[in-house]
Design a protein. Structure first.
Length: 218
């Protein structure tokens, strides 16, 4: 939970420095706050993070993406937010070297994934067929129902347009995020999967890592 709140603290900081502290006029901040509240981040933590990021003397985080080849060539994309890129890449190299991973050249694995915007909304009182027709003009690519939630996928560049379309319709946005969805998977057996999962766990434990995506398939 502590790592989750730290992650949101960094996202809030980057959103505030990019677009200001008012969520009404800062769509990126508005999305981060929705996610943070859904993960039960206390209001006092959120307010403190916004206040801290509004201070011009507060450190700025740099957003970086690293690529790694895991066991059996599994592709791994790592999104980081750091105030010290030298430390971040050194830590990741150590993790890779100790856990059967290898730092890949930037852009060499990106083609294995489709970068998408994914929204999760409450299904309560919403007809998914009607909603699908309404959202096609706003970049809808996929829509599916999962129990009490509806998952909506659009292009990476279409985040703002879809966010506004959902908000205009007063729909309850539970979560909104960017995902890297594998378009080509690599099959592994149980033993290979254990090696990959160990590597993924070590990567996710690093304080500078915000999100990790892979194309492993059992």
């Amino acid at each position: 939970m502590s790592k989750t709140f730290t992650k949101y603290g960094k996202e809030i900081s980057m959103a505030v420095k990019a677009g200001g502290p008012d969520p009404n006029s800062n769509a990126r901040l508005r999305a981060v706050l929705q996610n943070a509240k859904a993960d039960n981040m206390p209001k006092v933590n959120i307010d403190n993070a916004i206040k801290k990021a509004s201070n011009k003397d507060d450190k700025a985080y740099e957003e970086l993406v690293y690529e790694c080849k895991g066991p059996k060539g599994v592709g791994i994309i790592i999104e980081c937010a750091t105030d010290n890129p030298t430390r971040t890449v050194a830590n990741l190299r150590t993790i890779f070297n100790r856990n059967h991973g290898e730092l890949a050249k930037s852009g060499s694995l990106d083609y294995l994934f489709d970068h998408k915007s994914v929204f999760t909304i409450s299904a309560e009182g919403t007809n998914i067929d009607d909603l699908e027709l309404e959202l096609i003009d706003f970049g809808l690519e996929e829509i599916e129902k999962d129990e009490n939630e509806i998952i909506i996928t659009t292009a990476f560049s279409g985040f703002g347009m879809m966010q506004k379309a959902l908000e205009d319709r007063k729909l309850n946005i539970i979560n909104s995020e960017f995902q890297r969805i594998p378009n080509l998977t690599i099959e592994v057996n149980k033993e290979e999967a254990e090696l990959v999962n160990t590597l993924l766990e070590k990567i996710e434990d690093d304080e500078d890592v915000q999100a990790v995506f892979h194309n492993m398939k059992l």
